[in-house]
Each structure stands twice: as structure tokens, then as C-alpha cells.
Design a protein around this ligand. Sequence first.
Ligand code: HSE
Length: 438
Amino acid sequence: MKMEKINIGLIGLGNIGTGVVKLLEQNKALIEQKLGANIVLKKIADIDITTPRGIKTDKYQMTTDAREIINDKDISIVIELIGGYEPARSFLLEAINQGKHVVTANKALLAKHGNEIFQAAYKKSMDIGFEASVGGTIPIIKTLKESLAANNINSIIGIMNGTANFILTKMTDEGKMFDVVLKEAQKLGFAEADPTFDIEGMDTAHKMAIILSLAYGKKVNLDDIYVEGISRITREDIAFAKELGYRIKLLAIAMLKNNAVEARIHPTMISSNHLLSNVNQNNNAFNIVGDASGPVFLFGQGAGMMPTASAVFSDIIDVARNVLKGISGRVPLRSIDETVMKEIKLIPMEEVETKYYFRFSAVDRPGVLSKISGILGENNISIATVIQKARFENSAVPIVMTTYKAKEKNVREALKKIDKIDVSMDKTMLIRIEDELD
Ligand code: HSE
């Protein structure tokens, strides 16, 4: 029996693009058997088509002009793997307007210009595959769009940035310094071109914006997500966390509370027994709690050539299956029909209630503790534990306190006052605690 043929075009032959070509070479027979059709990578575009990538490119039509792919009538699926906002945005929109389905790993683009791109695709009845945009190889997009479609998503707690997780792991387990570990992560190739995106939580925010829209079927404004990175975390905080039975992770936290959604990204102390505490190195994980499913835990490589190529290819296969059946939009682009997607107002950070770890830096003098605890009490913050180790007359000592649940707004008020008292030597360190996770 003669098999049908699907032509695809690849824009961007970087690390992931090269992985996609390698995976096609490696598993072509298997992929085609599953698809029941031949898959032909007709053209590859990149601004650099001469640097060797460890793959044979002579059997593909190589071009430096992406529009040779976008305007090619025989190509039905365009894969965009160049990253960044432009020209990626224009390429995707042009491809969609040319009647092509698209596959992309571009989280920053979808987080910022998702509404424009998804709506363009919806109008033209084109599919968009974006599994690789969040969590690398982990099938989080499909899980939210399809597997858990019948659930209210009570919460999603994720470790979504490999670089930040790698840094925290090395600082915790090997006592290494922040800057040293960051350099290691950059060498290993999973940090973003600008690593502040990783460290300061922006990369996680991009991913969070995408999954929030799928989990709640609503448009999310990226700027409404509270974002705090890991650059302030010291080895001292890591040691105190250990003593308290916690590990520090950069968590993305989405929670459904009385029909409203809380979405925040910040370093978080979690019980060292929780599964997420044991997600180390550059691994990513998602703990999703559906109202019917209960907890669902997904774990894997959030970056890297072949793991990410695996996710890109799952989209190519999905879209190709639709092409073969002559259909599109069977699964709505963002889990519900684009016409019914509304804006979502996230709960403001000031209204969030959680537990806190404070590390005060104060002169060790009589009355200091009572001053601090007095201000906390006035602001409705109840202390759970206190640790004060050394006692050096008139020198700064760390006083560590953990609290019961308190309102962020009250905590900010209290710390503003505490940081102004005359015995306070430095800004108070605040880390939020989540020790009641499913
Ligand atoms: N820089 C990202 C990370 C790569 O460290 O997780 C994957 O998005």
C-alpha cells in the first residue's frame, strides 16, 4: 500500500532543531509506522547553514530564507525553533496565514503574544503544537488540555526552570556558591542566553502564563503573575531550611481559591519529604491536583536537545494525524474554544496567605526579640518557631522565625517597620513556606 506523505519545514537549526533532525533520522521507521504516512523534512532554514551540527544536512534543502518554507505550497507543517519574539512572531503569523499548521517551542513568544497567535490560528483553522514550550520533554500541555480535561484544577505546583533548580541543588547538596554553580549551568547549556531570565523567575513566568491559560481556559496577563527569583538565597538560608526540615525550591504555584486563581513564582521552603523536594539537578516537575483525579505528578528533563526534540515531535505527529484525517482544531488550541476565552484576574499578591520564614539580622541586645515579635503581633502575624544560635554582644546575629499562615500585605507592613528599628543591621530575608502541599 502506498503511504501518504506529509511535508514539514524546519525554521531554526539550533540545539533543539538539530535534535529534531536527529530524532527523525533515528526513529523514522517507528514514527512513520505510528503515523501510517511518510514524513518528509523538505526544507531547513537557518541564518547559519554552514556550521557543522553533527548531522548530515546534504539530503535536505537548506536555506537562509525562512520564507522559502513559509511560502512552500507542499509544506503543511512549519516548525519554529528560533526562539525570541521577532522574527519568530512574524514567521508564525505568516505561516498560519499561508494555511500552515505550526509547531513551536517558543515559550516567551506564546506567553507575550499568545492571544494574537492563537486567535490567528483559530481564524484560519490551523493547529498549533507547543508541547516543548513548557517543561521540555514533560507532556504537561497534553495533560492539561486532554488528560485532565474533566477536572477543576485545584492546584499546579511546578519546578519549571532547570537552571534555577540546578543552582539550588548544588548549593544545598554540595554547599557551592551561587555564582560558581550558575557558570556550571551555562556551560552545560540549559541556561537561557540571558540567565537572569532563569534566575529571576521570568522564564518560569512565561511557562506559568501558558499553563494557566490551559488549566483555567482563560487569557492571562503575564505581568499579573507575581515573580521573585533565587538570587537573594544564601547558603545560610539553605542551612536553616535544612534544620527546619525543608528544602528551598523555585516554585511556580497556581491555586484555585474560591473560584479565583492565585499565581506566584518565588523561592519556597517545602517539606524535605515532598516529591518536589527530590526533584533535583536540572530536572523539572509538575504536581497537578484535579478535583476528580487527585494529585498527578509529572517529572523529566525540562531542557536539552533530545528530550525537547521528543516533545516537538509529539506535536508534529499530532498535527500530522489531523492533516491525514483532513481535520483541524479537534482539540481546542488552549483547551476551550477561543471565542469563549475570557481574561482572568489573578488574586493580587498582597492578598495571598501563606506561612513565612524570616531571617532577621539584628544586634544581639536585650529587648530585640520582643521588639520584633511585638511588631509581628501588631500586624496579626503569629510566630511558630524561633531559632537564635550565637550570642555575641553588640554584633549582628541571625534570628530566624517561622510563622503560621499570615497575609502577605501584613507581612510587608511588618517587615518595613522591623527593617527600620535601630538594632536592625540588614534587610530581613523572607522566604515563603508551603508545607501543606498534596
Ligand atoms: N533555561 C530553561 C531552563 C530551558 O533552565 O529550564 C528550558 O526552558
